[in-house]
Design a protein around this ligand. Structure first.
Ligand SMILES: *Cc1c(COP(=O)(O)O)cnc(C)c1O
Ligand code: SF4
Length: 346
């Protein structure tokens, strides 16, 4: 949740011969092409009964890179990483209050491909695709193709940003903006660099976590060359997501330089206990990432089984505050349509 995003169609990244080195492209795009899309195969790889999986809705199939699967525990049906990606029967349960567009994104478009809800910063929908389909994602129902997550949409977004001198920060989002290849990102960042009122470039992405190969030399060079201050907000929910290859990729991003933050979503059966939340914060700090937000779930249709009550969220947050240094405690937040900012609950 790069304010939690996602895509309508399975990603088919166009390989470009120009972005970054050939080896870089081959590596992350090849990994993505090999990602697991078949629930029965995922169960087989993990030594689990394929009856665990349910049929996914056609617009939001299973998608998970093999490197992320390798961080799951073999033979463990309740693995917290598996639960984030495996479609299960609970998704079909209708629950009151869980809707297709809980954040009213469809009405917050300032221009095609540009979402502005908050003062001074606007979000560009760079790509509708993701490298992983997180079952709790609020955008599992969001019709990206209709909202400018395309090349033409990005052009319109850049023009709208150039015309609005109140904006100081651009947030590249999606879907996952790092699904765009290095050449396209370099071109976009160059155009943003030329807009005098902009000061910061923020990227909301889960790719460095689920596919650390994506942190290419070309991407780091683009951030390094920009006159804008770079801020990268990644998305990890459980400490087991943060293996050594992820840590290494994040170090390369930090060296660009970029400030690194993490946002997590509080998810039943994934991280709704003190122990995983505490070790997530500790691990993040160890690898140079500041825990930024702990989000309450957005109430999107199909994700009701991930909900954690607000009372329980407050209790967990209090436990974190009692156990950790202040800088390692994420803000407990929820997005409320119509509010001038995310609502900080604690
Ligand atoms: C979450 C979000 C932001 C960023 O909010 P911060 O509190 O600055 O992290 C900006 N725009 C939109 C539309 C968002 O959903
Ligand atoms: S990476 Fe996951 S949470 Fe982020 S936009 Fe894609 S599906 Fe949603």
């Amino acid at each position: 949740m790069h304010a939690t995003p996602h895509a309508v169609s399975p990603p088919a990244p166009a390989a470009s011969p120009r972005g970054g080195s050939r080896a870089d492209i081959a590596s992350w795009q090849r990994e993505l092409a090999r990602a697991i899309r078949d629930p029965a195969e995922l169960c087989r790889v993990l030594g689990l009964d394929s009856a665990l999986a349910a049929k996914a809705p056609p617009g939001f199939p299973l998608l998970v890179p093999r490197g992320f699967v390798a961080r799951m525990e073999h033979g463990t049906p309740h693995d917290p990483l598996l639960r984030q990606v495996l479609p299960i029967a609970d998704e079909a349960v209708e629950r009151p209050g869980f809707t297709a567009d809980p954040l009213h994104e469809a009405t917050a478009l300032a221009a095609p491909g540009l979402v502005q809800k908050y003062a001074g910063r606007a979000l560009v929908l760079v790509s509708g695709a993701c490298a992983v389909h997180c079952r709790y994602c609020f955008r599992r129902e969001f019709p990206y193709a209709d909202h400018g997550a395309t090349l033409a949409g990005t052009e319109a977004a850049v023009e709208a940003i150039a015309a609005d001198a109140t904006l100081t920060e651009v947030i590249l989002s999606g879907g996952d903006p790092l699904m765009a290849d290095d050449a396209r990102l370099a071109g976009l960042v160059q155009r943003l660099d030329a807009i005098p009122h902009l000061r910061r470039l923020r990227i909301h992405t889960r790719l460095p976590i689920v596919l650390p190969e994506r942190v290419t030399d070309g991407l780091v060079a683009t951030l390094a060359a920009s006159r804008l201050s770079a801020v990268v907000v990644v998305h990890a929910n459980h400490p087991a997501e943060l293996d050594d290859r992820v840590a290494e990729a994040l170090r390369r991003l930090a060296a660009a330089p970029a400030l690194l933050f993490n946002q997590a979503v509080l998810l039943a059966g994934v991280n709704d206990a003190f122990e995983p939340l505490q070790s997530l914060s500790q691990r993040l700090v160890e690898i140079g990432v500041v825990p930024y937000y702990l989000h309450l779930l957005d109430r999107v249709r199909g994700a009701g089984h991930f909900e954690v009550s607000e009372a329980r969220a407050h209790e967990l947050h209090r436990q974190l505050r009692d156990a950790l240094p202040g800088y390692a405690v994420p803000r407990l937040a929820r997005e409320q349509p119509g509010e001038p900012a995310k609502v900080w609950l604690a």
